[in-house]
Design a protein around this ligand. Structure first.
Ligand code: FAD
Ligand code: NAI
Length: 341
C-alpha cells in the first residue's frame, strides 16, 4: 500500500492527513508534543482551559467555509459575535466592523481534536532527522526514513510531508533540497502571551476583544466572553507585538507578567485587583514576519517531499488549512503516491 509520513499535527498536518487518508493512502503522523493542534493550542490548568495561541478565525475562501460548516454541524465551532474595540492614542473605543469571527468550542483546540479523529499519530515523537534512502539499482524508488530524538527509526514511506513552521522545515530538510530556496524567504517571528484570571469581572461586559496600537501589546481578549467557555473566572489573554517579544525573549516570565499586567491596566484604564492565576508562554515561531501567499505548492516530485504550513498563505488558521489542501493535492499528483487509485 502507498504510504506517507506527516510531521506535525497542527491544523496543516491534520488537514493534509485527512486528504491522504481519503485517497486510501496509509498515513502516519508524528508529533513532538503530547497532543494535536500546535498553535491552535488551548492550555488546560486547574483553574481554566484557555486559548493560548490562535484566538479566533475568519473564513474567507469557499474551501475553508466548507470545513467550517462541518465543524459547526458537529458543534466544534461557533460564531464569536464580539464588539471589537481598539486602543489607539491612549484611548479605548468601540471599533465596529462587519467581519464574522469564529472560535472552536469548547476551545480552539477542539477544531484540531475533531480533525484528528481516526488518524494514526505518534505522540511525544520529536523527529530529529529525515533521510531519503534509495537502493543502489533503483534511484527512482527511494523511501523516507524518520529518526526521533531517542534514536527510534520509522519507515520506509513513499512520501513525506513536513507541516511545520518554515524554520523547522528548513532545519530538517537537506541543505541541497530545491525546497530550501523558498523556505529561506520566510522568517518567522515570536509572540509572548499571558493568560490572567480574576475572581470577579474587572471591566464592562461589552469589552471582549481589543486590537491595540500599543508599543508592547497587539491584542487582548476576554476568554470568558467566548461562546462555550466556563465562566468561573474573568480570564484575559494578552498577546505582544513581535518586535517587543523578540527583544524580551530572554526575560524571566515574572518580568513579562508584571509588564503585561501594567499594560492591561493602562489599556483598560483601571487599577487591577490582584489576579488569582497567571500563565505565560513564549511562542518562538508565532507568525511569518511578512504576510505572503505562495502561488504554487512547495513539493519536490522526485523525492515526493512536500512542506506546508500557515506561513505559505498569510499566517492564519485559514492559511494553514489552504496550504495543506494545496500541498497534499500536489503530492498526490506526483504519481508515486495514490497512483494505484
Ligand atoms: P503549527 O500549529 O505550528 O503545527 C506544527 C506542529 O508540528 C506542532 O504541533 C509542533 O509541536 C509540531 N512539530 C514541530 N517540530 C516537530 C518535529 N521536529 N517533530 C514532530 N513534531 C514537530 N491565526 C488566526 O487565524 N487567528 C488568530 O487569532 C491567531 N492568533 C494567534 C496567536 C498566537 C499567539 C499564535 C502563536 C498564532 C496565532 N494564529 C492565529 C496563527 C495560527 O495559530 C496558525 O496560523 C496555525 O495554527 C498554524 O498551523 P500549522 O499547522 O501551520 O502549524
Ligand atoms: P481579522 O480580520 O479579525 O484581523 C486582521 C487584522 O485587522 C487585525 O490584526 C487588526 O489589526 C485589524 N482589524 C480587524 N478588525 C479590526 C477592528 N474592528 N478594529 C481595528 N482593527 C481591526 O482576522 P484575520 O485576518 O483572520 O487575522 C487573524 C488574526 O490572528 C489577526 O488578528 C492576527 O493579528 C492574529 N494573529 C496573531 C498571531 C500572534 O502571533 N499573536 C499570529 C498569527 C495571527
Amino acid at each position: 500500500m502507498d504510504s506517507i509520513a506527516i510531521i506535525g499535527t497542527g491544523i496543516a498536518g491534520l488537514v493534509a492527513a485527512r486528504q491522504c487518508q481519503l485517497q486510501g493512502i496509509h498515513t502516519v503522523l508524528f508529533e513532538k508534543s503530547k497532543h494535536v493542534g500546535g498553535r491552535l493550542s488551548s492550555h488546560r490548568s486547574s483553574w481554566a482551559r484557555f486559548d493560548q495561541g490562535a484566538q479566533y478565525f475568519t473564513a474567507r475562501s469557499p474551501e475553508f467555509q466548507e470545513q467550517l460548516q462541518l465543524w459547526q454541524h458537529t458543534g466544534h465551532a461557533q460564531v464569536w459575535d464580539f464588539q471589537a474595540h481598539r486602543f489607539r492614542q491612549g484611548q479605548l473605543n468601540p471599533s465596529p466592523d462587519t467581519e464574522t469571527r469564529y472560535v472552536g468550542t469548547p476551545c480552539m483546540n477542539s477544531l484540531a481534536e475533531a480533525l484528528a479523529e481516526d488518524l494514526s499519530i505518534h505522540y511525544h515523537c520529536h523527529i530529529a532527522q529525515i533521510s531519503y534512502e534509495t537502493a543502489a539499482d533503483d534511484e527512482q524508488q527511494g523511501e523516507w526514513w524518520l529518526y526521533d530524538r531517542k534514536g527510534q527509526q520509522y519507515g520506509g514511506f513513499d512520501a513525506l510531508l513536513l507541516a511545520l513552521p518554515s524554520a523547522q522545515c528548513q532545519a530538517l530538510i537537506d541543505a541541497r533540497s530545491p525546497l530550501q530556496k523558498a523556505l529561506q524567504t520566510v522568517a518567522m517571528v515570536p509572540c509572548w502571551s499571558l493568560a490572567v484570571a480574576f475572581n470577579e469581572a474587572i471591566a464592562d461586559a461589552s469589552i471582549q476583544g481589543i486590537f491595540c496600537d500599543h508599543p508592547i501589546v497587539q491584542w487582548i481578549s476576554r476568554e470568558s466572553a467566548k461562546p462555550g467557555r466556563l465562566q468561573s473566572h474573568d480570564c484575559w489573554i494578552i498577546h505582544c507585538r513581535p518586535e517587543w517579544s523578540e527583544q524580551q525573549k530572554d526575560q524571566p516570565q515574572s518580568v513579562i507578567q508584571a509588564t503585561l499586567l501594567q499594560a492591561l491596566a493602562e489599556i483598560l484604564s483601571i487599577a487591577l485587583p490582584t489576579a488569582s492565576h497567571y500563565y505565560c508562554h513564549f511562542w518562538r515561531y508565532a507568525r511569518p514576519a511578512h504576510s505572503q501567499c505562495f502561488k504554487q505548492a512547495l513539493v519536490d516530485p522526485q523525492q515526493r517531499l512536500g512542506v506546508c504550513g500557515d506561513w505559505q498563505q498569510g499566517g492564519r488558521v485559514e492559511g494553514a488549512y489552504l496550504s495543506a489542501m494545496q500541498t497534499s493535492q500536489a503530492l498526490l499528483q506526483c504519481g508515486a503516491i495514490g497512483s494505484s487509485m
